[in-house]
Unconditional design. Structure first.
Length: 364
C-alpha cells in the first residue's frame, strides 16, 4: 500500500515564491518527426504556416507539465511513496555523480542550491554549467549542512537517506522537502535500463523540461535499436560476463544488474546470470566469449593505471589463459559509472557494451 506525502510549503511561502521571478532554463524544443506531411500544390502558403504553427503549439502543450504533479518515489527501505509537486523545486541539493549530471544535462543548474559527491569530473560539455553550482567540501553532506541549506528537493542515491546520513525520506517530505533517488539504488530491486530512463523522464516532468529529458532517453534507446538492426543476421550472439575484481573477490554483474540488462538488451547472453560473485573456477566453467572488466578511477586516480590494473587481473592470470575471451583478445574495460546508476551516462555504457560485443559490425 502506498503512503502519500505532499511536498508543499505553507500558503504564505508559496505566495511569496510565486512573486519571485525565477531564471528558468529554456525548454528544448527540437523534435524529430518520423515523416513530414507532403503539402498539396494548390494549398495556400499562409494556411500551411498556420497549420504548422498549430501543430507546434499542440506538441509543446502536450509535453508541458501541469502542476500539481504526483511522482512515485521510494523511501530508504524501498517502499513506494507518492510525492506531489505544486511547482518546480527551486533549491535542489544534488548528491553523487548521476544526480548532478542529470540536473546539468537538463539545463537546471539555476535550480541547484548545492552539489556534492563527485567521483569524477563532469563531462566536458557540462563543465561550464557545473562551475555555476555551489560544490560542497563534504563528499556526503551531513545532516547539519543540509539543514542549513534549506533545500526544497534532494536528488541522490538511496544510501544518502540512511540513519547515519540524512535519515529517511519521509522525514524530509514531512518538512516540505521533496526527495528523489535513483531507482536503480533501491534496496533489493532489479537494476534495469527502464529504471534509468524513467528517472530521467520523471526529473524532466518535475522541472517542466520534458522535451530535453525525452531527447536523452531517445538517443540512448536509438543505440540499442541500431545495434539490434545491424546484428540481426548475426546467428551466434556472444556469451558475456561482466566482472569487477575487488581484492580477493570478483563481482559478477548478472541478470538483476543494470550492466547485465544492457548486455541482454543488446542481444547477447549472460554466461553466468545468477551469481553475484564468482571465483576463477566459475569463470573457467562459464568460458564466455566476451568479458567486460569494470573499473572506477576516483578523484586523484590515474584512469589508465586503474583500468590496466583491473584488466590485468583477468588477462594476466595464468589460470585464465585458456579462456576464449582471453585467447581471442575480447576482454574489454567499462567504467562503473557507465553501468551502475548511470543516469545520463547510460548511453555511454550501451555504446561501450555494443562495440565490445560486436567489434566487426559497423555501428556508426
Amino acid at each position: 500500500m502506498k503512503n502519500k506525502y505532499v511536498s508543499t510549503r505553507i500558503m504564505a511561502m508559496v505566495m511569496a515564491a510565486a512573486m519571485t521571478v525565477s531564471a528558468a532554463p529554456a525548454v528544448y524544443a527540437a523534435e524529430r518527426a518520423d515523416s513530414e506531411a507532403i503539402k498539396e500544390d494548390n494549398q495556400p502558403a499562409a494556411e500551411d504556416s498556420t497549420e504548422s504553427a498549430d501543430t507546434e503549439d499542440s506538441s509543446a502543450e502536450a509535453t508541458k507539465t501541469e502542476y500539481p504533479l504526483t511522482i512515485t518515489t521510494y523511501d530508504y527501505d524501498g517502499n513506494e511513496i507518492e510525492t506531489t509537486y505544486e511547482k518546480a523545486p527551486e533549491k535542489v541539493l544534488a548528491v553523487y555523480q548521476g544526480s548532478i549530471e542529470t540536473m546539468l544535462a537538463l539545463g537546471l543548474e539555476d535550480h541547484l542550491v548545492a552539489t556534492a559527491g563527485l567521483d569524477n569530473e563532469v563531462p566536458e560539455d557540462l563543465k561550464e554549467a557545473f562551475s555555476k553550482t555551489n560544490y560542497l567540501d563534504e563528499f556526503t553532506p551531513s545532516l547539519e549542512t543540509v539543514t542549513m541549506l534549506e533545500p526544497d528537493m534532494i536528488l541522490s542515491w538511496s544510501s544518502l537517506f540512511s540513519d547515519k546520513n540524512l535519515g529517511n525520506v519521509t522525514d524530509w517530505i514531512d518538512k516540505g522537502c521533496s526527495t528523489y533517488y535513483n531507482t536503480n539504488t533501491r534496496p533489493d530491486g532489479d537494476r534495469t535500463l527502464e529504471n534509468e530512463f524513467t528517472d530521467i523522464l520523471n526529473i524532466g516532468k518535475i522541472f517542466d523540461v520534458q522535451d530535453k529529458a525525452q531527447a536523452i532517453v531517445d538517443d540512448a534507446k536509438a543505440v540499442i535499436d541500431k545495434t539490434l538492426t545491424a546484428t540481426a543476421d548475426v546467428k551466434d550472439k556472444p556469451s558475456v560476463m561482466v566482472l569487477e575484481p575487488l581484492g580477493d573477490d570478483i563481482t559478477n554483474y548478472g541478470v538483476k544488474s543494470l550492466g547485465g540488462d544492457m548486455v541482454t538488451q543488446l542481444g547477447a547472453t549472460l554466461a553466468n546470470p545468477d551469481a553475484s560473485t564468482v571465483g576463477k573456477e566459475d569463470i573457467i566453467a562459464a568460458n564466455p566469449d566476451v568479458i567486460f572488466v569494470v573499473y572506477m578511477p576516483y578523484a586523484g586516480d590515474d584512469p589508465e593505471t586503474v583500468k590496466n590494473s583491473q584488466l590485468a587481473v583477468i588477462q594476466d592470470d595464468e589460470s585464465l589463459k585458456s579462456l576464449d575471451a582471453v585467447k581471442n583478445g575480447r576482454v574489454y574495460p567499462i567504467m562503473l559509472s557507465e553501468m551502475y546508476a548511470s543516469a545520463t551516462r547510460t548511453q555511454d555504457g550501451i555504446e561501450t557494451f555494443a562495440k565490445g560485443l560486436y567489434p566487426d559490425v559497423n555501428l556508426d
